[in-house]
Design a protein. Structure first.
Length: 187
């Protein structure tokens, strides 16, 4: 296997591990086991758990922004673009680890290394929505808020709750993705 393929394999495994356990709860050993490589190999490749998490964060942001760029390259009026951006984001929901890693990064705002990287990444997404997609401040805020709420529901596995309020919330936030959100709650 080529070095770049092994790196991608480790990053995929790290995305799952960090997504499920968070930055504090994850270990390079758990990432190595998930990737099927040795822990010293992971450390040689990335140096530290922090550097590995930052690489996972960058990869997640790049995947998100790439998905949005594809939509924007297709053009269309602002309503079509906004809807297709939402669909593109919805398609990323199936990569539970990716979205949860972003959330973990966002709550680490006070961390001296992760906080600045997370803020820069979040602002990259906001700038793309404002400048490239042409969303107003309010539209960009609403889009980001909807995405964060979806992430929260997935992270909480809210769709697994039997409470009628949980079903109502999931259905209202993600009417076209409610089945996917429910499936992700069980995984």
């Amino acid at each position: 296997m080529r070095a770049e393929d092994r790196r991608e394999l480790v990053l995929e495994a790290a995305t799952i591990v960090f997504g499920e356990r968070g930055y504090v709860g994850a270990t390079t050993d758990a990432v190595a086991k998930a990737a099927g490589v040795s822990q010293p190999y992971v450390v040689r490749m990335f140096g530290t758990k922090e550097a590995l998490f930052l690489a996972v964060l960058e990869r997640a942001l790049d995947r998100l922004l790439d998905a949005f760029e594809i939509v924007l390259d297709e053009g269309g009026d602002i309503d079509e673009v906004r809807n297709r951006l939402g669909v593109a984001y919805g398609e990323l929901l199936s990569d539970r680890g990716l979205l949860l890693c972003l959330m973990h990064a966002f709550v680490l705002g006070s961390d001296p290394a992760i906080g600045p990287a997370a803020r820069r990444g979040f602002l990259r997404v906001y700038a793309l929505l404002r400048e490239r997609a042409g969303l107003s401040i309010d539209e960009a805020r609403e889009f980001l808020g909807q995405g964060m709420l979806l992430n929260t529901l997935i992270g909480l596995r809210m769709a697994a709750e039997d409470a009628p309020e949980a079903a109502e919330l999931v259905d209202s936030v993600a009417p076209t993705k409610a089945d996917l959100v429910r499936r992700l709650a069980r995984s």
